[in-house]
Write a protein that binds this ligand. Structure first.
Ligand code: AMP
Length: 279
């Protein structure tokens, strides 16, 4: 696997290729969620490039950035085993030199959920994804539904700016007990890890309630709070039952509905979601 550390190395690598290129943007500490995106890319493209970049611009808490798990050596091995052709692993100074001054802001779609609770987050995401699309000239880029709003943001940006890169979303990969895989899970204590699946149980319960005929979001919301709080370790950041396109809270569940949540266990912030009545 080619290790590309500079913008120029990436440009040179890309320039000599005439085949289809798939891009998988990540922040590293790879797990099976990432690997499912890589598999889709290698299956659908002649070349696959994975980016590993803990993007400082998308962190709204310095401590979260500082404690974000990193293991480049292991990541490179996993990429090699998965048949990845190149890994782009720039430094922050490489992508954001002193003179850097261009930022991409999406408006309505970033007003709620993660955008509301993590100010500046999607400005960092959209900007780095644009840079990665531009530099890799990828035909298709692969993203996980685990970050549902991020997927919507990237799709919106690609459509609005007429980007050449197609955006594909893939289902959330979960641990056997339902916990959504996340690099941040590595920061949980053993006890925290044991109770963490309560988040997914709350989401599943929400779907069950809807399926059994309950369409009052407040009733479902309260039940979800109860399930999460019964695990005692959580501080809920938000629980949302929203229209999948506008991300506005629904007054009455009318699918397709994005049910999403964010909660802290200690200082680790976890997110998860399910979609009911997907088109
Ligand atoms: P991250 O390294 O957390 O920034 O994630 C990189 C990409 O992998 C994003 O498109 C995520 O949505 C995706 N991803 C992260 N966790 C999962 C998961 N459990 N299942 C599927 N995709 C995931």
């Amino acid at each position: 696997v080619r290790e590309l550390k500079t913008v120029n190395e990436l440009k040179v690598w890309r320039h000599q290729l005439e085949c289809s290129v798939g891009l998988v943007p990540t922040m590293g500490y790879l797990h099976e969620g990432h690997l499912s995106l890589i598999q889709a890319s290698t299956a659908e493209n002649e070349k696959t490039i994975v980016s590993i970049f803990v993007n400082p611009a998308q962190f709204n808490q310095q401590a979260d950035f500082d404690h974000y798990p990193r293991d480049l050596h292991r990541d490179l091995e996993l990429c090699r085993d998965a048949g990845v052709d190149a890994v782009f692993m720039p430094t922050a100074e490489e992508l954001y030199p002193e003179s850097y001054d261009t930022w991409i802001n999406l408006d309505r779609i970033t007003r709620r959920l993660e955008g509301e609770h993590r100010p500046g987050h999607f400005r960092g995401v959209a900007t780095v994804v644009f840079l990665l699309f531009q530099l890799s000239q990828a035909d298709t880029a692969y993203f996980g539904e685990k970050d549902a709003q991020q997927l919507l943001v990237v799709k919106r940006m690609a459509a609005d700016l007429h980007l050449q890169t197609k955006v594909k979303g893939l289902p959330t990969v979960r641990e056997a007990d339902g916990l959504a895989m996340s690099s941040r899970n590595a920061r949980l204590s053993q006890h925290e890890r044991e109770v963490a699946p309560a988040l997914y149980r709350a989401l599943q319960k929400a779907k069950e309630m809807y399926d059994s005929g309950i369409d009052d979001p407040d009733v479902i919301h309260d039940k979800m709070v109860e399930i999460i709080n019964s695990a005692e370790l959580f501080t809920i950041d938000y629980i949302s039952l929203a229209d999948i396109d506008t991300l506005e809270e629904q007054q009455k569940i009318t699918p397709p509905t994005l049910i999403s949540l964010a909660a802290f266990i200690g200082d680790v912030r976890l997110i998860d979601n399910i979609i009911i009545g997907r088109r």
